[in-house]
Design a protein around this ligand. Structure first.
Ligand code: IPD
Ligand code: CA
Ligand code: CA
Length: 271
């Protein structure tokens, strides 16, 4: 196993233990709103601090982009600063606050802007999803692959509803209506990183969501690619980490999903 992946796993497991302990008494957790419908708890912050400390201990020169503490450069400007960790310490905070057991820790590593390592850890089910560029995707050490369902009519799709920025809600609902008719079913579990990991594991055949942040998608995107699937932005390009809009799936469902979504693109949803 790649040593950088190993360190990321250690960080994710430490954060997972902390989150599991906190979940035993959610009534004690202090919640604050960053903006409308965007919550943060002391658990998000503590999990992030643990992850960063674990990574920095071994890789002090790597840069970090983390949801709660933002962008921070590494300790030096050498070759190591070309590495950047992209961290969501608790993806699915709204679920966590409600005791709804669907949330995860997501950690990815990019080298010169290319995703190279991915870890998504579900502390409720003790499921560890990992991938290294060129090395395949795994769930608890077992190789995973995207599904081979060929038609969108038979596909189970995942998505995320707009809940904070409502500029593209009309476009979203039109797409939702179309895909409700066309697919076998749609799920909205509430943690984008796990949704993407489920596509990699073949539990979902496709996924789409708009307005995500890089830390919601980075690890999940590499997992899907390494599991033999495809991911793109709405233009069919690979700029999803910047545009925030992502479509993913097994190759056949991905193509049909993208084709269904593309005609509804609006100014609010350029790519
Ligand atoms: C959120 C979850 C959710 C998605 C949101 C994300 P957070 O992350 O991934 O499924 O719909 O867009 O922001 O805020 O719980 O880390
Ligand atoms: Ca998130
Ligand atoms: Ca989060």
């Amino acid at each position: 196993m790649h040593p950088m992946l190993n360190t990321a796993i250690k960080a994710a497991r430490r954060a997972g233990s902390l989150i599991n302990r906190a979940s035993l008494d959610i009534s004690q957790i202090k919640v604050s709103a960053k903006q409308q419908n965007d919550f943060v708890t002391e658990v998000d912050r503590a999990a992030e601090a643990t992850i960063i400390e674990t990574l920095r201990e071994v890789y002090p020169s790597h840069a970090i982009l983390a949801e709660e503490s933002g962008d921070s450069p590494g300790a030096s400007h050498g070759a190591d600063s070309e590495f950047q960790w992209i961290i969501d310490p608790l993806d699915g905070t709204t679920n966590f606050i409600h005791g709804f057991p669907q949330y995860a820790i997501s950690i990815a590593l990019a080298h010169k802007g290319v995703l190279t390592q991915a870890v998504i850890f579900d502390p409720n089910r003790n499921e560890l999803f990992t991938a290294s560029k060129g090395g395949g995707a795994f769930l608890n050490d077992k190789r995973i692959r995207v599904s081979n369902r060929a038609k969108i009519d038979d596909a189970l799709l995942g998505t995320g509803f707009p809940y904070r920025i409502f500029d593209h809600v009309d476009a979203y609902l039109t797409i939702f209506k179309d895909l409700t008719r066309r697919s076998a079913g749609i799920r909205r579990p509430g943690a984008a990183s796990l949704d993407l990991a489920y596509v990699a594991a073949g539990r979902l055949d496709g996924f789409w969501e708009f307005g995500l942040a890089p830390w919601d998608m980075a690890a999940g995107a590499l997992l899907i690619i390494e599991a033999g699937g495809l991911v793109s932005d709405l233009a069919g390009e690979s700029d999803y980490l910047n545009t925030g809009n992502i479509v993913g799936g097994n190759p056949k469902v991905f193509n049909q999903l993208l084709q269904t979504i593309q005609p509804y693109r609006t100014a609010a949803l350029s790519a």
